[in-house]
Design a protein around this ligand. Structure first.
Ligand code: HEC
Length: 115
């Protein structure tokens, strides 16, 4: 008869993943993220918890946090000028984030995802 082995490997894996996520979040520099968003004028269309022309970033975070590709998708969104749908129904290319440093962009995306 086969004995059912406790899946120690899975437990270890889960612990590592949790640690990794925690440290990833701890690295977010909130002030830098806000400053970059301000510089770019993102807050004209987005609030942290208020909808403006664009959805509140907390709503966006809720949607993309559960998506394993969320971070990748947001990075793409901010660099590609893909179509954005406005509340009045018209569409226009979304603003492309201007930053001299890809790490800054990454930090802003991580901050949005942490909301
Ligand atoms: C002129 C208004 C406007 C500005 C400025 C703007 N956004 Fe947006 N943003 C929108 C709209 C509208 C949507 C909704 C797009 C959709 O659902 O099609 C959106 C969506 C998003 C999303 C979600 C993307 C998705 O795929 O659901 C993120 C993240 C985002 N904006 C971040 C930013 C950041 C960061 C900046 C500053 C660089 C910024 N936005 C500047 C209007 C704007």
């Amino acid at each position: 008869m086969k004995r059912h082995k406790p899946s120690i490997l899975n437990t270890i894996l889960a612990a590592f993943l949790a640690l990794f996520c925690l440290s990833a979040n701890a690295e977010v520099d909130v002030d830098a993220a806000k400053a970059l968003a301000k510089q770019n004028g993102c807050f004209r269309c987005h609030g942290v918890d208020k909808d403006k022309d664009g959805p509140a970033w907390k709503k966006i975070a809720a949607k993309f946090k559960v998506d394993p590709k969320g971070e990748e998708k947001l990075l793409h969104h901010l660099s590609s000028g893909e179509k954005a749908k406005f509340p009045d129904g018209h569409e226009e290319p979304h603003m492309i984030l201007k930053s001299d440093d890809p790490k800054e962009t990454q930090n802003l995306v991580d901050w949005i995802l942490s909301l």
